[in-house]
Design a protein around this ligand. Structure first.
Ligand code: ADP
Length: 408
């Protein structure tokens, strides 16, 4: 035993503020300094001769004694409780956290282990406090991050909504612009297109008033015809504009009826005759009395008069215009052929575009909407239009319409 060195050892161990416990190889306590006694609640000499177990809570015992055993055998210095919690047990059974360093030594051939023990209750509490604070901080950070994420998502949603609203606004702005453009175009067309025929009508009316003598009947009639044809022309333009409006707003409704083809052809040719220039003539078939068709009569009239009026307008005096009709299975083909100015090749692809007028047509009056309307109506009614043309030689416009309709 430690007898010989007792005093020296006691003096030393008492001078240390840490708890000092020395056990022999059987883990029997041979020294316990005042700090240890105070720490564990024992009075002097109460621990000497007791097994180290009395200082260790039950649930840590098995592994602990194994540890100390190994340790005594290996005889190396070491800090216990590294990476795990170590506890001590007071005399009254209270358990408290400790930190212990083990120092083996040998005296007179006997192996001993000196344990330096510190009560770390306070430190643990502080650590716990810090840990709690850290956790709280972490939670706060997480909450803030979540809130931030939500704000970002909200903002992103807001951006998407704004973009959509912006696109809608742009779209309606664009529509508004187009509408305005259409209105401006319409106004300038109307004022321009109406001016010439109106002043022609005024001139003719004034002249008619001057031919008072009975023998001037022929002159009167000439001017009255001019007035009639110009009024008809204005009427056509107005109808075209109305058609555009109806087609555009989807308000157009078609009325199917059964009628002889000759009726429409005669009417169209009759009206067109009033527009003929000097020496122009229209050749049209006179063997179509048998042909009965089922179609929108007014629309067919509008289509044919548009084509024939163009043929007259874009041809010189003393030329002829041929209207041909043929049937093929359940389809009817009309062609209107003229010997006029023709359409420049490079402009042919635009000819059905609304308001488009070819370069060589600009000296003639026109709005550039007739063919566009004709094409739209035909497409709506299951028909089609095509043309062939050579500048300076003439054009042939061909339309095809179904003879019988099967309105859905
Ligand atoms: P508008 O005759 O009022 O200008 P249209 O839509 O009827 O309008 O015709 C569009 C354009 O097609 C005309 O401006 C003209 O350039 C060309 N065009 C139409 N028909 C003929 C034709 N028979 N001969 C030559 N050019 C034509």
């Amino acid at each position: 035993m430690l007898k010989a060195q007792d005093n020296t050892f006691n003096i030393l161990s008492e001078a240390i503020s840490e708890g000092v416990v020395v056990v022999d190889k059987n883990q029997v306590i041979v020294v316990a300094n005042a700090s240890v006694l105070e720490m564990f609640g024992y009075s002097e000499n109460e621990l000497i001769g007791k097994n180290l177990d009395v200082l260790i809570p039950k649930k840590y015992k098995p592994s602990h004694s194994k540890n100390v055993d190994n340790f005594v055998r290996e005889g190396q210095k070491r800090q216990m409780a590294h990476g795990r919690n170590l506890y001590g047990k007071k005399k009254d059974g209270a358990v408290f956290p400790v930190e212990a360093g083990l120092n083996p030594f040998v005296i007179e051939g006997e192996k001993y282990v000196m344990a330096l023990v510190s009560d770390i209750t306070l430190r643990k509490k502080q650590e716990e406090k810090i840990q709690n604070l850290n956790q709280e901080l972490e939670e706060k950070v997480q909450q803030r991050t979540k809130a931030l994420h939500k704000t970002i998502t909200d903002l992103e949603d807001e951006v998407v909504l704004r973009k959509e609203a912006e696109a809608r606004a742009q779209e309606s702005l664009q529509k508004e612009r187009e509408l305005n453009e259409l209105k401006t175009k319409f106004l300038s067309l109307v004022s321009h297109e109406f001016k010439t025929p109106l002043s022609g009508i005024l001139t003719s009316a004034t002249l008619v008033g001057k031919y008072t003598a009975e023998k001037q009947q022929e002159k009167r009639e000439k001017h009255l015809n001019t007035i009639k044809s110009k009024v008809k022309y204005l009427n056509t333009i107005l109808n075209d504009f109305l058609s555009i409006e109806r087609l555009e707003t989807g308000k157009v409704t078609y009325k199917y009826s059964t009628f002889p083809l000759s009726k429409v052809v005669n009417e169209v040719v009759y009206d067109a005759n009033m527009l003929l220039k000097d020496g122009q003539r229209i050749n049209y078939p006179d063997d179509i009395d048998e042909c009965i068709i089922e179609f929108d009569e007014k629309i067919l009239e509008l289509i044919l008069s548009n084509l024939i009026n163009n043929a007259i307008k874009y041809s010189a005096e003393h030329t002829s215009i041929d209207l041909n009709v043929r049937t093929e299975q359940d389809k009817l083909y009309f062609s209107v052929k003229d010997q006029g100015i023709g359409i420049p090749k490079e402009e042919q692809k635009y000819i059905f575009n609304r308001y488009f007028r070819a370069e060589n047509a600009l000296l003639n009056q026109g709005t550039g909407i007739g063919l566009n309307i004709v094409k739209t109506h035909l497409e709506n009614l299951g028909g089609a239009i095509s043309f062939s043309s050579k500048q300076g030689e003439g054009s042939t416009f061909t339309i095809q319409v179904p003879i019988h309709q099967n309105p859905k």
